[in-house]
Design a protein around this ligand. Structure first.
Ligand code: MF3
Ligand code: CO
Length: 280
């Protein structure tokens, strides 16, 4: 098991990559409305990456047994759990969509984040799923500090999700990230407190729970080799941040102007976007 613990200089590289990854999502946000196609979202992101001087880590990505990923980002609509391929179908009112963006900077550092978008007015159930999934991610993030274990992160997410009647997808997980977009360790979104890898300063990894309204089982959709859907066709949501283990706790690296507000229950995080924090 090779975990790369980042030096202060390497952490600066990660900070930049993650900020830029978040800014791509900011850039596309005003465009994500009824009628836009996910292909168009992909094109807009490609323009933004070009202007940044970064490249997509998703396009051409080909783990063993997979075809090369064809988009600059993943767009996962409604019952698509993850790895949706941008296509020509317009988004319509009532849809929920996850946009997942991984990039690599000129210096070779990777940033990875995703957000959910509501298309027009959506059902109460869909909105609840999206909001609870965001809170579940933050319940996981809150566990991060030196000496905690990855099982604490997974457990916090699972307990919150299942306590609200949602199910946790098991087949896909968060991951270490650095000069490669997927490094060790795996970050499961379920688990037992006090188990698995101990967290140490300098670790950088994603927390990216996928929660379903119905059952947790997933399956491949069609034959594109990528798209994953819920087996029962229930709605699925996902949010993703890249986090850093600091000497005292954590920092969230994929924060930019357009990142949603941090939930009120989170006590240990000083939002760098709050004027009070900037003045302190
Ligand atoms: N961002 C997704 C993850 O965290 C995967 C992106 S790479 C892709 O694993 F090729 F699968 F799109
Ligand atoms: Co990821």
């Amino acid at each position: 098991m090779t975990i790369h613990y980042k030096t202060p200089e390497e952490i600066e590289g990660m900070r930049e990559a993650c900020r830029l990854a978040s800014e791509v999502l900011d850039y596309i946000t005003p465009h994500i409305r009824p009628g836009i196609t996910t292909k168009r979202i992909d094109e807009l992101a490609a323009q933004c990456l070009k202007a940044q001087g970064t490249v997509s880590a998703a396009i051409g990505y080909q783990p063993p047994g997979y075809p090369p990923f064809p988009g600059h980002l993943c767009t996962s609509v409604n019952h698509v759990v993850c790895h949706g391929i941008p296509n020509d179908k317009p988004l319509k009112k009532g849809d929920i969509v996850n946009v997942d963006l991984d990039l690599i900077t000129k210096d070779g550092w990777c940033g990875d984040n995703s957000r959910m978008f509501l298309i027009g007015e959506v059902s109460i159930a869909a909105k609840r799923l999206v909001n609870l999934t965001y809170e579940a991610m933050w319940h996981g993030i809150e566990q991060v500090r030196p000496g905690a274990r990855l099982g604490d992160v997974g457990h916090a997410i699972q307990k919150f999700a299942e306590g609200h009647g949602l199910s946790v997808v098991r087949e896909y997980c968060g991951h270490g990230i650095g000069r490669s977009v997927h490094e060790e360790p795996q970050v499961l979104h379920y688990g037992k407190p006090g188990t698995l890898e101990e967290l140490r300063p300098g670790m950088t990894f994603t927390i990216e729970p996928m929660l379903n309204l119905g059952r947790r089982e997933v399956k491949e959709f069609g034959n594109d080799g990528w798209t994953i859907v819920t087996k029962d066709r229930s709605l699925s949501a996902q949010w993703e941040h890249t986090v850093l283990v600091t000497e005292t706790g954590y920092d969230v690296l994929t924060v930019s102007a357009g990142s949603p507000a941090v939930p009120a229950f989170v006590k240990g995080y000083v939002d760098p976007r709050q004027p009070a924090a900037a003045a302190a």
